[in-house]
Design a protein. Sequence first.
Length: 289
Amino acid sequence: MSALANHSFAKMNGIGNEIVVLDLRGSDHVVTPAEARAIAGDPHSQFDQLMVLHAPVTPGTDAFMRIYNTDGSESAACGNGTRCVAWHLMKDGDRDSLTLETSAGVLPCTRVEALTFTVDMGAPRFGWDQIPLAEEFRDTRAIELQIGPIDAPILHSPSAVNMGNPHAIFWVDDVKAYDLPAIGPLLENHPIFPERANISLAAVKDRRHIDLWVWERGAGITRACGSAACAAAVAAARKNLTDREVVVSLPGGDLTITWRDSDGHVLMTGAVAFEWEDRFPPEIFAGAA
């Protein structure tokens, strides 16, 4: 019997990014990939990301988070999920700030309004070996990667950024003019990305507005991806396509992204929505032992 049988969870979303929050701070259980897949496979607890809370590791933080994709793989960053966790931990108290931690670092969170939160996503990384890429590129604002015929590629020259996880951003005029559900898996698993990558199509509308569509590593097409929005905003500013504060519009809604001058950190502000609380039925874990 899984330790998660009959365990409570919260179902939420961050501008359409479907999130399950599982609080294990009083337990030493670590969710297995099979358990994560079982939770994702149940219609009542389907998710884009599963946010699992553990007891704090670093003194002064409120919880350590492990983040799972629908395929059971782990990610070190999920901005929309982090906002949902912030709501979960602050909903019953009078606090307006807390600090969470993942394997990628410490994430300060601030309540802006009742259901709107800002997460400090930390500083982006641009080195080819930090993203990581399989070969050296001195300038990751545009790397040599294309899909389609050599003389007429469908997509080419993406920007590469690490926002706690690897991102490749292709610059287009219209994000819906491409078959991202078909192209996404090919690019996610391209040999240039040894840890796979999140694949985004980005259309710069003006200096303060980007449209974005994302194929998320380990999850597929999603209505929103906070770390991808941060990566696109930073990459656009590096190419002088936008200012350092932009609104990023995704199918699920808008995020405000600020690339702060003072320390290079990226701030993501957006809304969350609570859907329901329930308990996992034991039978969904039958094959996850």
